[in-house]
Write a protein that binds this ligand. Structure first.
Ligand code: DGY
Length: 330
């Protein structure tokens, strides 16, 4: 940790972080805590932006208009790997450093995606509810059977850290051939060289029995999984999303499930979160919904908050962040 030689600055903490990390920030800087997702705290959050030098938090959209309220802002330290909540062009224009938390959540998020794959294929939540609801009065019949996961072809859309970690679980643990697509020229790690094949977006959809979406949300990926993409998937395939809901046209996904073209879907993320009560995805019999729990374990959320705190303190002290998001391509 640095010597923190610079003057005290003003930090706005906009999502709860562990007390000891809050104290670490308070040791060096003045802190305002305000969660803008709570209507009653939004005015205080906005007020605090006026002389904020640093922000730390997550799960709140900070567009250009909101950022204009913070003329002194030097750094946003996001407690997330995804950066789709921030106006990247505006941050670049204003020279504001954006930090995030890649790496520390990779394995946990891959666990979640794999849990979705198994849950959707084996109908785990539905069958567990069958027991809880008192329906298990005789041995289950074919109508409640699921489908094997092992040996199926997994399609991975987005072969970054998380996509590769999902592929590793599939190939090495479940004997699944992997076919992947990534818009960038990513290296296939040696452990997957024998198991994972690069293909076009369309080919992944055509070949996979199970498609896992692990792409980040950007202007290029918004709405990517539309009616055409779902119809290109194999009949009876399963779709799983562990990245961002807005990459999927939910109406198109519902149509593909209702027509019987897709067998099932496992979704950790939705276009609107929390999922509205009246969303058909909430209760659809072919959908296994999770409440955006990709990284939500005690260990990983702690590691994310620690990394975010470190990022924040380093930038405010004039040092390079451990994990700054590269804004140069925006
Ligand atoms: C992330 O880190 O981006 C998770 O999805 C939490 O928002």
């Amino acid at each position: 940790m640095s010597t923190q030689s610079t003057a005290r600055k003003h930090v706005v903490v906009f999502r709860k972080i562990p007390d000891d990390l809050l104290e670490r920030i308070r040791e060096w800087h003045d802190v305002t805590i305000a969660d803008p997702r709570r209507a009653e705290e939004l005015p205080r959050f906005r007020e605090a932006l006026h002389d904020a030098d640093g922000l730390i938090g997550s799960s709140f959209k900070l567009g250009a208009q909101e950022l204009d309220r913070a003329p002194r802002l030097q750094v946003i330290s996001s407690i997330s790997v995804g950066v789709d909540n921030y106006d990247l062009a505006c941050l670049k224009r204003r020279g504001i450093t954006l930090c995030h938390t890649p790496g520390v959540l990779t394995e946990t998020t891959a666990d979640t995606v794999f849990a979705l794959i198994i849950a959707a294929s084996r109908r785990l939540v539905e069958l567990s509810n069958h027991v809880r609801d008192g329906g298990w009065t005789r041995n289950i019949g074919e109508d409640l059977f699921g489908w094997d996961v092992h040996g199926k072809t997994l399609g991975v859309l987005g072969f970054g850290r998380i996509g590769q970690a999902v592929a590793r679980r599939a190939a090495l643990g479940f004997d699944m051939p992997v076919v992947f697509h990534d818009p960038f020229d990513v290296q296939v790690p040696a452990s997957l060289a024998q198991h994972a094949v690069r293909a076009s977006f369309d080919e992944v959809l055509r070949r996979a029995d199970i498609v896992a979406l692990t792409l980040p949300l950007s202007d290029e990926t918004r709405g990517l999984m539309d009616a055409q993409a779902f119809s290109a998937m194999k009949p009876g395939a399963i779709f799983v999303n562990g990245s961002r809901g807005a990459i999927v046209r939910e109406d198109a996904l519902l149509a593909a499930l209702d027509s019987g073209h897709l067998r099932a879907a496992g979704l950790d993320v939705f276009a609107v979160e929390p999922l509205p009560q009246d969303s058909p995805l909430r209760t659809h019999p072919k959908v296994t919904p999770f409440p955006h729990i990709g990284s939500a374990t005690h260990e990983t959320r702690r590691a994310m908050a620690e990394l975010a705190t470190q990022n924040l303190l380093r930038v405010l002290d004039g040092e390079a962040a451990v994990a700054a998001y590269d804004l140069s391509k925006e």
